[in-house]
Write a protein that binds this ligand. Structure first.
Ligand code: FAD
Length: 436
């Protein structure tokens, strides 16, 4: 998100930082664009190309994928809204800067919905698919698997629409912003419906013994409360029942407790109480998007890996032992979710049913902190040993050669990227280090 700032010379300049405040920088120029023609002009402009061109979505990636410093930074959040709906094919074309929240709202007004949701809906549609953002549906892939076409301005300044019958589509589905500036996307939609969502607290061991059963849910997952043996399990399945009215309850205090920065002994006590309160048995019927969304947490740093489902129980047991044995300050509930296999070359769910383990560390509101780095390094190593593939939008410690070994189509992606953008116009520092 753009943040106005005054330079030492008293000039007003836009700086940019991500949601967690861990990635910051002052672009050469921030271009707020609303229209594909404007994007084409910028990409063709030699002077601007020389600085490199980056695109920011809503800035919800923890990793430094948006590399603002010294570049021309495009913000497409005004380039928003539904372009058209095809009720025969059941698809929607939406402009790239539309937030998932706005899309959910506009679709609901048409009696439609996206097939799946991530935990929050603040991201732009283009930013979400760029990093293989996922929800939890054991029978479906990441949000990118619901794409039918992607329209983008490529490095030569021309517009190209790539559709799902083209061989290159599986490269474009998850592109990390390095193949061009996406201007519109076509997603599958489904009729709006309700889901019955149930929540129950269980010992972690029992949950791990019943993973096959949990994976029969249309949507489902669980949170393990670190420093305790407790987990809170949720599942959501379609129902013909009408949604029950929900009385909004303030979430600030429970969220602050579950995302605390206490030492392990205090964290155990607080988490035991949180698991009791969050895991009291509930069963409600909710609109399909609301059933899958969570409250926005306080500022935090995040690491997440996708591992093969077959290794999930073993990896989570080892993770729980490691957090306890090393007294790691991992205090927020560990979010465990599932996807089916998908076909995007750079999706962590590529060709395998996947269990995602999301680990977070609360950050102090007012100052930089890297208290997360030691516990994350230990957990990164553990999950990598379980054939893990890191979530692109989150923190990880893998070198490019190591990443390459985890993705069968890695070199095909590299070759395509070089062909489409030989000058590396769209490569910021992190992407250059990874893909060049
Ligand atoms: C509180 C929180 C909850 C989250 N929950 C989930 C979750 O449930 N599941 C999950 O998988 N992830 C989750 N994420 C991660 C989030 O979905 C990703 O970081 C996502 O990529 C953010 O989208 P964005 O619009 O903010 O994009 P940004 O973070 O701004 O950008 C992400 C990438 O997309 C590129 N990009 C953006 N727009 C364009 C465009 N128009 N053209 C080309 N490239 C573009 C950027 O250059 C960058 O490489 C969560 C993050 C937060 C902070």
């Amino acid at each position: 998100m753009a943040v106005p700032r005054t330079t030492s010379a008293g000039r007003q300049q836009a700086s940019w930082e991500n949601w967690s405040g861990t990635v910051q920088g002052v672009p050469e120029r921030l271009e707020i664009v609303d229209g594909e023609d404007e994007v084409c002009e910028i990409v063709r402009d030699r002077g601007k190309r020389a600085h490199g061109i980056g695109v920011a979505g809503s800035g919800h990636s923890y990793a430094g994928l948006v590399s603002p410093a010294g570049r021309i930074l495009l913000d497409l959040q005004r380039h928003k809204g539904i372009v058209s709906i095809d009720r025969v094919r059941m698809t929607v074309i939406v402009k790239a800067g539309t937030s998932l929240r706005a899309l959910n709202r506009e679709l609901a007004a048409e009696g439609l919905a996206l097939p799946n949701q991530s935990a929050i809906d603040e991201q732009t549609v283009a930013g979400a698919v760029a990093t293989a953002t996922h929800g939890s549906g054991p029978g479906m892939g990441t949000l990118s698997s619901h794409l039918r076409s992607v329209r983008l301005v490529t490095a030569n300044g021309t517009v190209r629409t790539v559709t799902d019958d083209e061989p290159e589509f599986d490269a474009v589905r998850v592109h990390l912003g390095c193949l061009g500036v996406v201007t519109a996307l076509t997603f599958d939609v489904v009729p709006a419906h309700t889901l019955r969502k149930t929540i129950v607290r269980m010992p972690l061991k029992m949950v791990l013994g019943g993973l096959d059963e949990l994976r029969t849910a249309r949507y489902g997952g669980f949170w393990w409360y670190p420093h305790t043996s407790q987990a809170v399990v949720w599942r959501a399945d379609p129902t013909g029942e009408a949604a029950t009215p929900v009385i909004p309850t303030p979430r600030g205090l429970p969220l602050a407790f579950t995302n605390n920065r206490f030492p392990p002994v205090a964290a155990r006590l607080v988490h035991s109480l949180s698991a009791l309160s969050e895991g009291r048995p509930q069963s409600r019927v909710l609109p399909c998007d609301a059933a899958l969304l969570s409250s926005l947490p306080p500022r935090l740093q995040a690491l997440e890996y996708g591992i093969p489902v077959a290794r999930a129980a073993e990896a989570i047991t080892e993770l729980a032992d490691t957090v306890t044995r090393h007294g790691l300050r991992i205090n927020a509930p560990v979010d465990v979710r599932f996807t089916g296999a998908d076909s995007a070359w750079l999706s962590p769910s590529y060709q395998r049913d996947t269990c995602y383990l999301g680990v977070t560390c609360a950050l102090p509101a007012d100052r930089p902190s890297n208290t997360w780095s030691r516990p994350f390094a230990v957990i990164d190593d553990l999950l990598a040993r379980h054939e893990g593939r890191p979530h692109w939008a989150k923190v990880h410690f893998r070198e490019p050669a190591d990443l390459a070994a985890r993705y069968p189509r890695w070199h095909d992606f590299l070759e395509l990227r070089r062909r489409w953008d030989p000058d590396g116009v769209f490569l910021g520092d992190l992407l250059r280090a990874t893909f060049q």
